[in-house]
Ligand binder design. Structure first.
Ligand SMILES: [Zn+2]
Length: 161
């Protein structure tokens, strides 16, 4: 017997953006699987991320902490680095992030800036807690980081803001 499934706000946003909720669920499943591999003995706050590139490839990352704390790498940046290293085509289209138990974890400021480098303002950011169904929140990166830092190449190879 089929019972009607309630659509999450993220699924509704995905639909408005022209994306099927099914890939969102697959992304979130991959993010949750990545979170199980998190190395987080200090915070005990596992996070997983799954990134979808322009050519439809999926890359995952988890948070990797360090005893020096400051060298900790977030799941989102780990996923972005994996995608770049493997030649995933840009701009990245979406990222799913799984973390936390109540309200889902949103990307930190550093990760928002890194995602802006490779995803651009239209990157869709899906967030959900570690356990549960699909994405609970859906944002555009431009709403999470409205004024990202950018450099533009000007004449003779110089860069300017
Ligand atoms: Zn971060």
């Amino acid at each position: 017997m089929n019972t009607p499934k309630r659509r999450t706000p993220a699924a509704k946003a995905a639909s408005r953006a022209g994306a099927s909720p099914a890939p969102v669920r697959a992304l979130m499943r991959a993010a949750r699987a990545a979170a199980r591999r998190a190395y987080c003995p200090y915070s005990r706050f596992p996070v997983g991320a799954a990134l979808l590139t322009a050519d439809g490839r999926l890359f995952t990352g988890c948070n990797v902490e360090n005893a020096s704390y400051g060298l900790t790498i977030c799941a989102e940046r780990a996923a972005a680095a994996a995608a770049v290293a493997a030649g995933g085509r840009r701009p990245f289209r979406a990222i799913a992030i799984a973390g936390g138990t109540g309200r889902p974890a949103l990307p930190c400021g550093a990760c928002r800036q890194v995602l802006a480098e490779f995803g651009g303002p239209e990157l869709r950011v899906y967030c959900a807690p570690l356990k549960g169904g699909g994405a609970k929140e859906s944002h555009l990166l431009k709403d999470l980081l409205p004024h990202s830092f950018k450099l533009q190449r000007v004449g003779n190879g110089r860069m300017k803001r």
